[in-house]
Design a protein around this ligand. Structure first.
Ligand SMILES: *Cc1c(COP(=O)(O)O)cnc(C)c1O
Length: 375
């Protein structure tokens, strides 16, 4: 059997060990230290000097803290893009709040501004103004920022921008991760850069960053002993992991280039295959193409192709199953138009890593060609 080709696997720059060694040599093996501060600075410089970054243990913890900073609590409602990874929605439940799921539009596969407004009006008419909106740049494709933020502004609801999959993407020349009232990043093992596991919260004020760091380090009041007047969390990034992040920041741009070139190759190879279509970049949208996705003509073709790839030891995966169809969120209200469900039925993510060799890409392409030649 040929070796496995993964959907998206970690890709080191080679400089990570230098930073990790520094941490060991100085005995900074703790959830604070020079690598954490420097990694935060690298991210701030990359995103926008006006933003503040708190490095955390995961993207999920960043989402959780952003809800806490927005004062989301028991009985509140929070709107969330339905087509996403469950981590976008789970922290709403951690806070005892109710997720309200909103469907996607076809141009970016992200939250639909029309459905969003319908949902807000309906929630308000039922007596509850949503406390926040979680919008996601799925697979690196920026959501319709202008339209979505205009609706949010009209109803004065803050936006949490889930940028876990979109570091390196931009919209109208502004980087993803800088649009939300709060924004979150993820450095999990399969993301565009990785620290093995990690995340960050991006804030607009130093005060919010300080509060996030305070909460992420067990909410210790100033005192010689351990004094607490608030509930805290153990969510801070460690100095070892931040060392990996510093190394990864040196190759972020080249990873984006490579992932975009994977997508370009699939597009050029298959654009004339009737059963396959692609998500194009609308005007002003620049995607990091974290994952290269294709749409097939039917659920049967999608599943047939997935199994054919599996036979060749090539990993592929259906697009995210919408949250409003997940058993765990069965009881949550949802505002749907069928788009997310159709994408789930017909969409497939292909191997997309920045470390894919030409030989591996050839294997993926041959396997797909073979499937369509025989079916
Ligand atoms: C990965 C991911 C997260 C969670 O990030 P972790 O670092 O794995 O906790 C949140 N939202 C989306 C859309 C993701 O893809």
């Amino acid at each position: 059997m040929e070796p496995k080709i993964w959907l998206s696997s970690p890709h080191m720059s080679g400089t990570e060990m230098t930073y990790i060694k520094k941490a060991f040599d100085s005995n900074w093996v703790a959830p604070l230290g020079p690598n954490v501060n420097a990694f935060e600075e690298d991210l701030q410089n990359y995103l926008n000097d006006d933003r503040h970054v708190a490095a955390l243990s995961s993207g999920t913890s960043a989402l959780h803290l952003s809800l806490i900073l927005l004062d989301v609590g028991y009985g509140d409602e929070v709107i969330c893009q339905s087509k996403t990874f469950s981590a976008s929605a789970n922290p709403i439940i951690y806070q005892g709040a109710t997720p309200i799921f909103v469907d996607s539009e076809k141009d970016t596969w992200n939250i639909c501004p029309l459905q969003l407004e319908i949902s807000i009006k309906d929630r308000i008419s039922k007596g509850k103004r949503p406390k926040a909106i979680i919008a996601v740049h799925l697979y690196g494709m920026p959501y319709k920022v202008n339209e979505v933020h205009e609706v949010a502004k009209r109803y004065e609801i803050p936006i949490i921008e889930d940028s876990a999959e979109s570091l390196g993407s931009h919209y109208k020349n502004q980087k993803c991760g800088t649009f939300g009232d709060f924004s979150i990043l993820s450095f999990n093992g399969n993301k565009i850069i990785t620290t093995s596991g990690g995340g960050a919260l991006v804030t607009r004020t130093q005060k919010d960053k300080d509060k996030a760091v305070f909460l992420s380090t067990q909410a210790r009041d100033k005192a010689p002993h351990y004094e607490h007047s608030e509930i805290g969390y153990n969510y801070r990034m460690s100095n070892i992991v931040a060392g990996i992040g510093r190394g990864q920041m040196t190759i972020l741009d080249s990873h984006v280039k490579k992932r975009r070139s994977n997508h370009e190759l699939y597009l050029n190879t298959f654009k004339n295959v009737d059963q396959i279509s692609f998500l194009r970049e609308p005007d002003g949208h620049f995607s990091n193409r974290w994952l290269s996705c294709i749409l097939l003509d039917s659920l049967e073709t999608r599943e047939g192709l997935r199994l054919a790839l599996e036979k060749e030891n090539i990993e592929s995966r259906p697009l995210w199953k919408p949250m409003h169809l997940q058993p765990v969120f069965e009881k949550a209200p949802s505002y749907t138009n069928g788009v997310a469900e159709d994408l789930f039925d017909r969409g497939l993510c292909l191997p997309s890593g920045s470390n894919l060799s030409n030989n591996e890409l050839d294997r993926v392409i041959s396997a797909i060609n073979m499937y369509f030649a025989v079916c």
